[in-house]
Design a protein around this ligand. Structure first.
Ligand code: HEM
Length: 172
């Protein structure tokens, strides 16, 4: 139970806060708009989860029956890995998927918290933690900026997660 809470409940939220902070630092106009109108934050968090969510892929699944998918047959018993990060950048689902737009409400729902029976148990807590952390950062440190070029940032080589190794920042 402790291991589950640490991995499912801690790593994920820490990584979301890092990824989302990076995305906002790279999009100063959108960040400024959220700072001006903090009531936009809950909606912004949904877009930040879609744009660079911390859980790159779902846990393994196994096909219960033969499944036809886009001309491919997935045989019963085969293992299937669903890449949530790719689904959330699917151009057939989201207009202009590689663009962050925290101000517009997207019609399609992201799958950053999974979907169906195993939908994330902690999603409401994760949303609340992100809202408190990002809201506080924006409010308390309006001069926050990246202290290294974004292209030089390292991502941790861990399975499942998309997570920064470090996010060097400075503020004035
Ligand atoms: C930004 C933060 C989080 C993200 C992006 C996230 C994402 C996900 C995803 C994608 C799944 C589904 C995995 C799959 O279908 O294979 C999942 C499941 C789960 N999450 Fe989260 N999670 C987050 C935070 C949390 C927190 C804070 C908790 C608990 C305190 C938590 C507990 C769980 C549990 C227990 C499951 C398994 C549910 C089941 O199998 O029925 N998660 N999460």
């Amino acid at each position: 139970m402790v291991a589950l809470l640490i991995v499912a409940g801690h790593e994920t939220t820490v990584s979301l806060i890092g990824n989302a902070t990076l995305a906002l630092l790279r999009h100063p106009e959108q960040r400024a708009e959220i700072s001006r109108r903090p009531e936009l934050l809950p909606r912004a968090i949904e877009e930040l989860v879609r744009f660079d969510g911390p859980v790159e892929r779902a846990l393994n699944r196994w096909a219960a029956t033969d499944v036809e998918l886009r001309g491919q047959t997935i045989l019963r018993g085969s293992s299937v890995i669903v890449v949530l990060g790719a689904a959330d950048r699917d151009a057939e689902r989201f207009a202009d998927p590689d663009t962050l737009d925290v101000l517009a409400e997207r019609e399609a729902k992201h799958v950053g918290f999974g979907r169906g029976t195993h939908y994330c148990l902690g999603a409401p807590l994760a949303r609340l933690e992100a809202e408190v952390a990002l809201g506080t950062l924006l409010r308390r440190l309006p001069g926050l900026r990246l202290a290294a070029p974004a292209e030089t940032l390292a991502w941790r080589a861990v399975p499942l997660f998309r997570s920064l190794a470090a996010l060097p920042v400075a503020w004035s």
